[in-house]
Write a protein that binds this ligand. Structure first.
Ligand code: ADP
Ligand code: MG
Length: 263
């Protein structure tokens, strides 16, 4: 289809950036249990630099656990995960560094309630990245501008709408200059009229070449911005295909069944 076969990047679709050849996030044979529950089963997944992978699948299929495992919020029992050629460290300084390379945006915005919007965005860069406060502030204001909430910089999270808070959460993650951004159902907790303002920010990021792993039920976003759709069911990656192909011609019974319920 539209994928490039050679080393030249394919002409991207309107919402998509070009994908480079080098792998940035590589999972090989990852297995994880919660007690007796085998929640990630032999997960093999390679995400290339600049690629946007949308992860879909039924509730309970392991999508959140996959994100949390990539970010080391969860441990895993076997297999390997590398970010930009580095194995996931167990703990300590190296882990803090790695977490800084992996930005994460959750369904609940998780902003610090007692800090201003600006402080929410400057905290990580000054504490973890050791940026000077003035530099961190300037960069934070640029990011807040980019996500359209710069005029709210001195307010507290509760004074903002859900859509605005989620855009701040995206700015906060970007302030760490991550190599990859993980989004776990970033619009599921939002009122319908706020969903698009968040998806628009994400589409812009995708177009700018950010590497992204996005768990979402927003199929319009998947069609517009994803280079690839990964379908999970029962802890396994069941299908991985370009969006056009996946939506028009899903291969497995489980994917057909899932799409039949949501489309
Ligand atoms: P999804 O995000 O696709 O809905 P999750 O990754 O949240 O799925 O969950 C996958 C499975 O793991 C579910 O059966 C869920 O109940 C279980 N699970 C998730 N987190 C925990 C936990 N901390 N302890 C025990 N079981 C969990
Ligand atoms: Mg989930």
């Amino acid at each position: 289809m539209s994928a490039s076969n050679g080393s030249q990047a394919a002409e991207p679709a309107p919402g998509r950036g070009a994908v480079r050849d080098d792998p940035l996030v590589v999972l090989k044979g990852v297995n994880k249990h919660f007690g007796a529950l085998h929640v990630l089963r032999d997960i093999d997944l390679t995400v290339h630099r600049g690629e946007v992978v949308v992860v879909i699948g039924p509730s309970g299929s392991g999508k959140s656990t996959l994100c949390r495992t990539i970010n080391r919020l969860e441990t895993f029992e076997s297999g390997s995960i590398e970010i930009d050629g580095q194995a996931l460290p167990e703990e300590g300084k190296a882990l803090a560094q790695l977490r800084a390379d992996v930005g994460m945006v959750f369904q609940s915005f998780n902003l610090f309630a007692h800090k201003t919007i600006l402080e929410n965005v400057t905290l990580g860069p000054t504490k973890v990245r050791r940026q000077r406060p003035a530099e961190a502030r300037q960069r934070a204001m640029e990011l807040l501008e980019r996500v359209g909430v710069a005029h709210q910089a001195e307010k507290y999270p509760a004074q903002l709408s859900g859509g605005q808070q989620q855009r701040v959460a995206i700015a906060r993650a970007l302030a760490m200059e991550p190599k990859v951004m993980l989004f776990d159902e970033p619009t599921s907790a939002l009122d319908p009229e706020m969903i698009n303002e968040v998806l628009d920010v994400m589409t812009d990021l995708a177009r700018d070449g950010m590497t992204m792993i996005v768990v979402t039920h927003e199929m319009g976003f998947a069609r517009r911005a994803a280079n690839r759709v990964v379908f999970m069911s029962d802890g396994q990656i069941v299908e991985s295909a370009e969006p056009e192909q996946f939506f028009s011609n899903p291969q497995s019974a489980r994917a057909k069944d899932f799409l039949g319920k949501i489309l």
